[in-house]
Design a protein around this ligand. Structure first.
Ligand code: GDP
Ligand code: MN
Length: 385
């Protein structure tokens, strides 16, 4: 789960990291009132779940109340990378002397968190990694020992931060790591962490990604989820308890088990060749009941690119006859117009296939093997083009 800038900065603030004391506004009038209260100049910042807002015109400094009206008016309703801006953050503006990058992320290869910093803050870190990789400093953190002062000082030195700011930088890095651990984050990022002309070090931007699997023990963070800011099909999938990731291909996949889902996608790609591929990852989970099959089919078909659906179920705990009944019900409720290829194996597979065949729906095709199923689905998708 991604947090908005204002939410991440609120959590940073609670952890003791210096942040501007801004206010969120949903209308021009609210932004105007906030600016009056905060005092000019202010920065008006689009709250959307993507980076690069600055470049897209979603971050503007307002020196007068007239500017506040103009910028808030332009930014509210603006579209940034396909996301509509519903809220702006009004922050007191800072006099920036230096912009630094600072983050804690999970290094999966190393199996531990890593503190990442760069003197080249403000720009996207991917850009720095491409243009000037030597400017990115990494310090791994032992999860049992935690992050230590000597490590943060060594990073401060490596990014050539003037010595008078080392203490402030170290404290912020330690608190950022604390924030990462206590909130079960996968990423806590400050870009830019600035040194102001007055010599204050503070977080002007904030990004946090929280591990979805931990939300059960972070009720206050779970409640921060902004449904207007995320993809509708992903919201529906989460509510139905289905793991779903939208991709760019034409064959919708419905599978039980993450590993089998990946294998199914590989097979689709293998037989699809150039131009035909999986439209999504979808793991319907164990013990899939009819209502889950219906929900999954709706989600898959909400993607306009889908030209065929491939259903691959290995009946273990999930019984194939149950899935087959679910499929017929789903077909009657959703009334799909694209062909659906079904492969059922495992517990009660024979009954399952019989149920599908006896329903005698021309659009529902069965396949005995995954190879056959992938080939049939590819053929169907090509036929539809
Ligand atoms: P992003 O583009 O989505 O990462 O948004 P940021 O919050 O990082 O803002 C982009 C850039 O706007 C920053 O790198 C700064 O250069 C600039 N900016 C943000 N806040 C202020 C501010 O208070 N004063 C000034 N002068 N510039 C700011
Ligand atoms: Mn930024």
């Amino acid at each position: 789960m991604n947090l908005h800038e204002h939410q991440a900065k609120a959590l940073f603030g609670q952890a003791g990291i210096p942040v501007p004391s801004g206010k969120v506004a949903t209308t021009v009038d609210e932004a105007y009132a906030s600016a009056q209260e905060i005092g000019l100049p202010v920065v008006i910042k689009a709250q959307v779940l993507t980076g690069g807002r600055g470049k897209a015109g979603g971050v503007k400094v307002a020196k007068t109340l007239e500017d506040v009206k103009t910028h808030a008016g332009n930014i509210l309703g603006m579209s940034i990378k396909g996301l509509t801006v519903h809220k702006v953050l009004v922050d007191p503006a800072s006099n920036i002397a230096q912009e630094i990058y600072l983050a804690v992320a999970m290094d999966r290869a190393a199996g531990r968190p890593v503190l990442i910093s760069s003197s080249e803050g403000g720009v996207e870190i991917e850009q720095v990694a491409h243009d000037k990789p030597e400017a990115i400093i990494r310090e791994h953190i032992d999860p049992l020992l935690g992050l230590h002062d000597y490590q943060t000082r060594s990073v401060a030195s490596a990014i050539n931060l003037p010595r008078e700011h080392w203490r402030a930088f170290s404290e912020i890095a330690l608190k950022l790591y604390q924030c990462y651990v206590e909130n079960d984050a996968m990423l806590t990022e400050i870009n830019p962490l600035v040194v102001t002309k007055e010599g204050v070090v503070m977080a002007l931007d904030g990004k946090m990604v929280i591990d979805d699997n931990s939300l059960y023990r972070h009720k206050e963070i779970a409640a921060m989820r902004d449904l207007t800011a995320e993809d509708e099909s992903e919201t529906q999938a989460r509510q139905a308890g289905i793991a779903y990731v939208k991709l760019n291909g034409q064959i919708g996949c419905m599978v039980n088990g993450a590993g089998l889902a990946m294998t199914t996608m590989d097979m689709v790609k293998l037989y699809g060749g150039e131009g035909i591929g999986p439209a999504n990852f979808l793991d319907i989970g164990g013990g899939a009941q009819a209502d889950k099959v219906v929900a999954a089919l709706r989600i898959i078909l909400s993607d306009e690119n889908v030209k065929a659906v491939l259903i691959n179920i290995f009946g273990g705990i999930t019984r194939a006859d149950e899935v087959a009944r679910g499929m017929i019900q789903a077909y009657n409720e959703v009334k799909p117009t694209v062909p659906i290829v079904i492969r059922l194996v495992g517990t009660n597979a024979e009954e399952g296939r019989k149920i599908i065949e006896e329903a005698n729906i021309p659009q529902l095709l069965t396949a005995a093997t995954l190879t056959e199923a992938a080939q049939k689905a590819v053929e169907a998708a090509k036929g539809a083009k």
